[in-house]
Structures are given as structure tokens and as C-alpha cells.
Design a protein around this ligand. Structure first.
Ligand SMILES: NC(=O)c1ccc[n+]([C@@H]2O[C@H](COP(=O)([O-])OP(=O)(O)OC[C@H]3O[C@@H](n4cnc5c(N)ncnc54)[C@H](OP(=O)(O)O)[C@@H]3O)[C@@H](O)[C@H]2O)c1
Length: 333
């Protein structure tokens, strides 16, 4: 298949690009700064020659949007909203104007669309969309608004020959450098991976290989349209989540952090506490009902697998840095 990935240069794009290329598909990435082969320029805002890539393609997976790993200032929140909504609109315009439109358009959305809750899980049918939770910062409602407008931009696109699916994805855990798993692992290995603000808030997550498999499943399953949760079936409280991660790395302790410590930590990481404190208890009902089977359904096993791969990655990195001609290096290789 020919698969076009607008915004495919980031963490999720790299995971999909690698896996789909390895599976024999032709993958084209749309980026504002093309650097490699099979990367095509676009601005994420207006139609241009890039639209020809979608014409005759099989699948489009739009991931574009200003990174959420930043301080949630007014300017950054506006950029998060505008980049997501506008890029989705313009992908819709390109699909609508294609003579041979792709048969499926997977549009990234987020598990953050659901309400902050502890009492029950959010699935696509009975789950509660957030925005009206009492006692949480105002901008949490704005994050939900971003997600809703993002999905609405896809819903409104007039693309009758293209099946549309919104990917309400939880955090995608992969061993890649600087991804969310890498950042959490660094904290755990520094002994800082304890409960934050009590640690009762749920963490929803998905193993990278299940993420790719779920995307392939959605491409194949013609009956699935609209919002689909991409999250492992077992979200876990943050306290247990970090305990399992520490155990996978063999780190015995993790210092707890209060809410104000999380604020300082988030400032230092140039990130925001919503990512740490919001309880995202999201489950993949539609995928499970359609017969999708997760290879990594439970976090302790998934964490162990990711740690093994991360260790392999550092090993490969160390080997690249080692002097050539070393006997031990040759033996290890
Ligand atoms: N990572 C996760 O676990 C996760 C979970 C749920 C949802 N998501 C969502 O999935 C999408 C991809 O995630 P990611 O982690 O791969 O994000 P990422 O690393 O930040 O990559 C997003 C891509 O969007 C493009 N982009 C940034 N600002 C843009 C703008 N103003 N206009 C057009 N394109 C812009 C960038 O590509 P260029 O700079 O090359 O143009 C960037 O590579 C994001 O929208 C994210 O919110 C991610």
C-alpha cells in the first residue's frame, strides 16, 4: 500500500514509518522541513503540490500538531489548537479534491478527550468526554476542547469515498530516545520515579508494537469508523505504573513527589503537570469488540519488554562508540 503520514517526523511517526516500511509498504511523510528521501514539503495549513501524494494513495494517517511537551502558555495552547485543527482541515481538503482518494483516513486524536476520573473506565460508548470536571485547572478543559475540535475537523470533511477513524490514543510507549517511555525511565533510574500527588491518578498507555498492530487492524476492518480508543485494556494508577517501571529497571526506590514538586519538575522539563496529574482511565472497547488481541495487555510485562529493548538500544549505541578493531567488540557483535 501507499501510506501518507502528514506530521510523520515525530515520535509516533517514526514508530509507524519504521514498522510500515519494514512490512513492505511505501511510506511518504509530509513535513515542514523535508530532510530525507520520501519526505515531502507541506506547511500544514494550505493546499499545495503535496496534495498529489494523497491522490492514488491507500491510507493517510495525519499526526501533525504542535508538540504538547511544552509549558501550557496561552500562545502554546493556541498553537496546539490551530496546528491540529488547520492541518486536519487541509488534509480533508486534499482528500476531498483527490481524483482517487485514499480508502481510509486515520486521524490522530487523544485519550485526553475523556474526563479526569478515578471511579470507572472511559470507553467509546459509555465514556464521558471531559471539560466540566470540578476542581481542576481551567486549561484542562481547553485540552479537551482541542481534542474535540480536532475530531470535529475530520468529521466535517466532505470525503464520501474515504472511511474516517479518529485515533483516541493513550501514551505510546516505545524504547526510542526522548519518547515518553525514555523520559519516565530516566526519572525512575534517577530514583525519582515515585508516586506523584498520591499516585491514584490512572495512566493509560499502549505498547508501540500494539499501537502499530492496532493501526493495521483499523486499516483492514472496513466496519470501523469514528472514534476508536488506542490504549491497553489495563490502565493502572500512577503509583503502580511507576512501581512496575522501577522494577523492570531493577531500581528499588522511587521518591514520592507532591503536587507542588510536580509543578517544579514540570517547569524544569519544560512540560506541564496535566500530563502527570490527569487521571486518564481509558479502555479500548471497540478494538476488543472487533476482535483485536493485545500482545502487551498488562503493564509490568510491557515495561519489562520495553526495558529489554531499551537496553539493547543502548548496547548498540555503546558498540557504535567503541573503538573499531576491538576484539571484545567483534566477539560481542
Ligand atoms: N506520543 C504519544 O504518545 C501520543 C499519544 C496520543 C496522541 N498523540 C498525538 O499524536 C500526534 C503525534 O505524536 P508525536 O508524539 O509523534 O508528536 P511530535 O513528536 O510532536 O510530532 C508531531 C509532528 O507534527 C508536526 N508539527 C508540529 N507543529 C506543527 C505545525 N504547527 N503545523 C504542522 N505540523 C506541525 C511536526 O513535523 P515537522 O516539524 O516535520 O513538520 C512533528 O514532527 C500529536 O498530534 C500528538 O498530540 C501522541
Amino acid at each position: 500500500m501507499k501510506i501518507v503520514i502528514p506530521g510523520g517526523t515525530g515520535q509516533v511517526g517514526a514508530i509507524l514509518n519504521r514498522a510500515l516500511t519494514a512490512a513492505g509498504h511505501e511510506v511518504v511523510v509530509l513535513t515542514r522541513r523535508p530532510r530525507r528521501e520520501r519526505e515531502i514539503a507541506w506547511d500544514g495549513r494550505s493546499l499545495g503540490p503535496w496534495a498529489a501524494e494523497l491522490d492514488g494513495s491507500d491510507v493517510v494517517i495525519n499526526l501533525a500538531g504542535r508538540s504538547v511537551s511544552c509549558r501550557y502558555t496561552q500562545a502554546n495552547l493556541k498553537a496546539m489548537m490551530d496546528s491540529r485543527v488547520r492541518s486536519t482541515e487541509v488534509v480533508g481538503e486534499a482528500v476531498a479534491s483527490a481524483a482517487r482518494p485514499p480508502r481510509i483516513w486515520l486521524q490522530m486524536s487523544t485519550a485526553t478527550v475523556y474526563t479526569h476520573r478515578f471511579d470507572a473506565s472511559n470507553d467509546e460508548i459509555t465514556g464521558v468526554v471531559g471539560g466540566e470536571e470540578p476542581g481542576v485547572p481551567d486549561y484542562w478543559a481547553y485540552s479537551v476542547e482541542i481534542a474535540r475540535n480536532w475530531e470535529r475537523a475530520q468529521e466535517r470533511a466532505d470525503t464520501p469515498h474515504t472511511r474516517k477513524v479518529a485515533l483516541r490514543s493513550a501514551m505510546v510507549m516505545s524504547p526510542d530516545r526522548d519518547g515518553v517511555f525514555d523520559v519516565l525511565s530516566r526519572l525512575a533510574r534517577l530514583g525519582l520515579g515515585g508516586p506523584v500527588a498520591g499516585g491514584a491518578q490512572y495512566v493509560s498507555w499502549i505498547h508501540d508494537r500494539d499501537f502499530v498492530r492496532a493501526v493495521e487492524f483499523l486499516i483492514d476492518h472496513e466496519e470501523l469508523t469514528g472514534p476508536v480508543n488506542l490504549a491497553a485494556p489495563t490502565p493502572v494508577p500512577q503509583r503502580a505504573f511507576m512501581r512496575a517501571l522501577r522494577s523492570a529497571w531493577g531500581v528499588p526506590v522511587g521518591l514520592p513527589a507532591t503536587k507542588w514538586m510536580a509543578k517544579i519538575g514540570a517547569l524544569a522539563l519544560r512540560s506541564d503537570t496535566e500530563l502527570l496529574l490527569k487521571s486518564r482511565r481509558v479502555v479500548p472497547r471497540r478494538l476488543l469488540d472487533a476482535g483485536f488481541v493485545f500482545d502487551h495487555a498488562a503493564w509490568p510485562e510491557a515495561a519489562a519488554d520495553l526495558v529489554r529493548r531499551a537496553r539493547g538500544r543502548s548496547g548498540a549505541h555503546d558498540r557504535r562508540l567503541a573503538p573499531t578493531g576491538s576484539g571484545s567488540l567483534r566477539r560481542r557483535a
